[in-house]
Each structure stands twice: as structure tokens, then as C-alpha cells.
Design a protein around this ligand. Structure first.
Ligand code: F6R
Length: 240
């Protein structure tokens, strides 16, 4: 794993934006794996800025998001569909039908998981996958105990994840209990993985990640099985 330690959130976002830009420029039809949450917002802002400055086009890019809550309509203000529209897609020139997220409203969730995995096989794997990390070590919504060989599946969110994400909702009760997430195996298929971590809250998880021993109770440790992972952590997440 390559480790880049930067001063703060803004620097983390800049380094990540540089890697995404290189990937988009190098590939004719780039495929990007995307995350939501607080961590990549700065990265998306910088990509929008580069697009507006005429430095980058997303016309030929396809994107796959890691996860979506079950039971939230795409138009729901807290759905990841809506998040992606608000933070990235509606501001750039990516055609809507080149952006993929799991459908958390599907009547047959198992079928939806298989369908998403098929799309990943057809258009993927991502040339570059952006990841955040949960305080409990989750990547995507692969909670502790998740199978390292897992593909896209339905997951019951850990209490600690619902509590951590309650800050994005009005109350803890509003936070969905389940999600669809790409599995650890699906994530590991990506050609390159960029893991972002910012702030003190992530310091314990980053420390454990750097121990480097694969351990299913700490899902992010599966990244030690991939040969092209870049961790971009700011000083606080790195424990400085
Ligand atoms: C989001 C995702 C999650 C988040 C993680 C960190 O699509 O897959 O793994 O990356 O929960 O969330 P933030 O960035 O809000 O701390």
C-alpha cells in the first residue's frame, strides 16, 4: 500500500482529484468506482471545478457507486442517488445512463444485487475505485464479519454505522437499517484503489489498517490483498 500523508482535508481532496484526473485522461472510456459520505465531497467539488474550467470532460466515463440504502427513493434527500446528483453528476457532462448505483427500492433485492454485479462485469472493473473508511473499518457497507469473497449483497448496517451516519439525518430512527453494497471481492477487482481518510475520528481505523493483517472483523484489512492501493490520509487521521 502506498501511503500519502497530507496536511488536511483540502490537501487530501487535491491529491485524490489529481489521481482521478490522470485516470480520466489516460483511459478512453474510464470507469470510476465512487463513494459517498462526508469524505469525498471535497474531491467532487474539485472535479466539478476542473470541468467548469474546461480542463476535464466526463462524457466517456462510467461510474459505479459502492452502495445505496434500502428503502430510500432515489429522490429522497438522504439517498446516495440524490447525493451523487447534488455533489457531482448534475454539475458535469456525464450522461445519466453511464452512472450506476444499486437500486435500494427494488422489489427483488437479491435480483438487484445480481444485476448490479452483472453490470460491473460488463462495464468494469473500475479503473479506479474511491473508498472512504468507516470508524469500524467498513469499506462500502461491508461491515465487520463480512466475507472477503463477497459480491454485491444486502447488508444489515451495524449500530455504530447507523449512529455515525445519523449526523446526515434528522434522527437515528430515520437512518435505514439495511443497504445494498458492493462486496469486498467486487471492490478488490478494481484496478486501482484510492482510500481517503480525514480527521481524528478515523485515526484508530487507519492505525489498524496499517497493521496490515487480513482480519474479517476489520473489513478494510482486505485491502492488503490488492497490489495497487493508495491511502491518502490527513495528519489527524494518521494520528499526528
Ligand atoms: C459510502 C461508503 C462508506 C463511507 C464510510 C465513511 O459510500 O461506502 O464506506 O465511505 O462510511 O463515511 P464518511 O466519509 O461520511 O466518514
Amino acid at each position: 500500500m502506498d501511503i500519502v500523508i497530507v496536511k488536511n482535508y483540502i490537501e487530501m481532496s487535491k491529491v485524490a482529484a489529481g489521481l482521478v484526473r490522470d485516470c480520466i485522461r489516460e483511459q478512453e472510456e474510464p470507469v470510476l468506482g465512487l463513494a459517498t459520505g462526508g469524505t469525498p465531497i471535497g474531491l467532487y467539488q474539485l472535479l466539478v471545478r476542473q470541468y467548469r474550467a474546461g480542463l476535464l470532460s466526463f462524457k466517456h466515463m462510467r461510474t459505479f457507486n459502492l452502495d445505496e440504502y434500502i428503502g430510500l427513493d432515489p429522490a429522497h434527500s438522504k439517498s446516495y442517488h440524490r447525493y451523487m446528483q447534488e455533489h457531482l453528476f448534475s454539475h458535469i457532462d456525464i450522461p445519466r445512463d453511464q452512472t450506476f448505483l444499486p437500486d435500494g427500492m427494488a422489489s427483488n433485492l437479491e435480483k438487484e444485487c445480481r444485476h448490479y454485479e452483472k453490470l460491473l462485469k460488463k462495464f468494469g472493473p473500475p479503473d479506479l475505485q474511491i473508498l472512504g473508511i468507516g470508524e469500524n473499518g467498513h469499506i462500502g457497507f461491508n461491515e465487520p464479519g463480512s466475507d472477503f469473497n463477497g459480491h454485491t449483497h444486502v447488508i444489515s448496517l451495524a449500530d455504530s454505522t447507523r449512529e455515525a451516519n445519523a449526523r446526515y439525518f434528522q434522527s437515528l430512527e430515520e437512518v435505514p437499517t439495511h443497504a445494498i453494497t458492493m462486496g469486498i471481492k467486487s471492490i478488490l477487482h478494481s484496478k486501482k484503489i484510492v482510500l481517503l481518510a480525514s480527521g481524528e475520528r478515523k485515526a484508530a481505523a487507519v492505525r489498524r489498517l496499517l497493521e496490515g493483517t487480513p482480519d474479517p472483523t476489520f473489513p478494510a484489512s482486505a485491502l492488503s490483498q490488492h497490489n495497487d492501493v493508495v491511502l491518502i490520509a490527513d495528519e489527524k487521521a494518521f494520528g499526528n
